[in-house]
Structure formats: structure tokens, C-alpha cells
Design a protein around this ligand. Structure first.
Ligand code: HEC
Length: 103
């Protein structure tokens, strides 16, 4: 009996975790509002891996965005899209993660 209860509880927890962190299959990035802007402006040139392995607050991501603009040819992005994108990045990618590129 006890084992069955545990099984049920753990499968509920696993399902919740899955939904909380749903991953977009084309970019490998977390599904959340703002992902559309990231898809339009970031994962055109490179995969989401560059985003996943980096991490920081809004200032950090703003600086990265500026670097993409000054060094790699990222176009101008309107204020509203910038806000959505930077909020998304700061919320979902606030910490550096150590993974190898061929994971
Ligand atoms: C016009 C092409 C282009 C676009 C658009 C672009 N990037 Fe990049 N990005 C690059 C290139 C080129 C590199 C360098 C790859 C390398 O170092 O080999 C890079 C590298 C990176 C890196 C890793 C290197 C570092 O400085 O930390 C991050 C993080 C990154 N991009 C984030 C972003 C984000 C966030 C966006 C959207 C706001 C974005 N990129 C949009 C071209 C682009």
C-alpha cells in the first residue's frame, strides 16, 4: 500500500516538474512568454545552447544583446520585444549551467 502511494505521489511530482519546465523542441529552450522574441532574434544565428550555458540577470542579458549587436550583426530590436526577451532570459536563464555542447 505504502509503495503504491509513493509511486502515485512521485508520478504527480514528475508530471508537475515536466510541465513547469516544458522544453521547446526546436530551440531546446524553456517554454515561457518571451520565447517567441528569442526565436525571432537570437536562435536564428546560433542554437539555444549559447543561452543555456550562460546566465545572469537582466543587465547581463542586455549586455549580451548589445554585444550581439555591436560584434555579430544583430539588428535593432524594438523596446517592447526587447523587454519581453530580456525578462524571459533573466527569468529562465539566471544561472550559468555546465553542460557540454554535444549533450
Ligand atoms: C546575427 C547573428 C546573431 C544573432 C541574431 C544573435 N547572435 Fe549570439 N552569437 C553570434 C555569434 C557569431 C556568436 C559567437 C560564436 C562564437 O563565439 O563562436 C554568438 C555568441 C553568443 C553567446 C555566447 C558568447 C558570449 O558572448 O557569451 C551568447 C550568450 C549569445 N550569442 C546570445 C545571444 C542572444 C541572447 C541573442 C538574442 C538577443 C543572440 N545571441 C543573437 C551571432 C548572433
Amino acid at each position: 500500500m505504502y509503495k503504491i502511494k509513493l509511486l502515485i505521489i512521485s508520478s504527480i511530482l514528475a508530471t508537475t516538474a515536466l510541465y513547469a519546465n516544458e522544453i521547446d523542441p526546436t530551440t531546446d529552450l524553456i517554454v515561457d512568454s518571451g520565447l517567441d522574441q528569442v526565436k525571432e532574434n537570437c536562435t536564428i544565428c546560433h542554437t539555444g545552447r549559447f543561452i543555456v550555458v550562460n546566465g545572469g540577470d537582466k543587465q547581463f542579458w542586455k549586455a549580451k544583446m548589445k554585444t550581439m549587436q555591436s560584434a555579430y550583426g544583430l539588428w535593432e530590436i524594438d523596446e517592447k520585444s526587447q523587454e519581453r526577451m530580456l525578462n524571459y532570459l533573466a527569468k529562465n536563464y539566471s544561472q550559468k549551467v555546465n553542460i557540454t555542447l554535444d549533450d
